[in-house]
Design a protein around this ligand. Sequence first.
Ligand SMILES: [Zn+2]
Ligand SMILES: [Zn+2]
Ligand SMILES: [Zn+2]
Length: 288
Amino acid sequence: MTDTTGAQEPGDAPAVPASAVWLKGQLLEIASALRPDRRPELARAWTDPVRWRDPAPVGHRFLFLLCVATDDRPTPPDDVLNAFAAAGWTVRTQRSGPDGESWATAGREDFDVRVYTGAGRGLTTLTGWTPVVYAERQLGQPLFTRSTADGILCDGCHGWGVCLECGGRPYSGGSGGYGRCWCAGNNAGPGRCVECGGTGLLTAEEEAWLRRRHGDDAPSRQPPPEDGHDSNTGAFLAVSRRPCRCGEFRCSWRNTLSRTDGHLLSHFHATCRTCATRRTHTFRLPLR
Ligand SMILES: [Zn+2]
Ligand SMILES: [Zn+2]
Ligand SMILES: [Zn+2]
């Protein structure tokens, strides 16, 4: 990987566009409607730099992570989705795991939100993102950016899924057409990225190789539980602000809340979006 710094964005911080301001307002408003008695917690606001061929970004996506407080009263996932629908969003996908986790996505125009509810109904988080905003050259939208991928971006195309030499456009011949490209798909088009076959992501084998290279080949080791937080929301806010040992903070946290020996045990796990390390944190919380 050539761009593995993650937390340190190259260049100046981009100006916040109106689209990001609007999205943040929508998320806070919907979260407030769900729990009028609690101020929603904005855990993190950040950007995903978007690369084309050069290391310098050509555009940015703006993202926000909110925690809908659920410590004293779990918020059913359907209530969250109904609140999005009432605000004009469309629920696009919905799936649930066997132990009570659930994932859903809602969209409105080019904006997306991922709604996650942990096992044990400990936590509901909202991750919202804008379309990629370009500084100069107006490109289309990549398949993924680093935070929205369910995996690690391909080294060759950085999540675009297409060959960046021909832009994925077929060879059209003639003087006004696009030149013939080295990529296998170009004559017939579209010129898919040869490294990832158009998925935009590393394969499971490449991810495992990356993980081994970073010394993470013992996924079963569990850190001892940490004390010092009295709510799962507090624990989540702490976890969401911790970087991986590689410096990257981007990952999609999952949470399991269980009751053991007179206290609650909150377990977080995620895969780093840059080095593939499997990250875990456990907290011992008081029973209410
Ligand atoms: Zn090509
Ligand atoms: Zn690729
Ligand atoms: Zn990492």
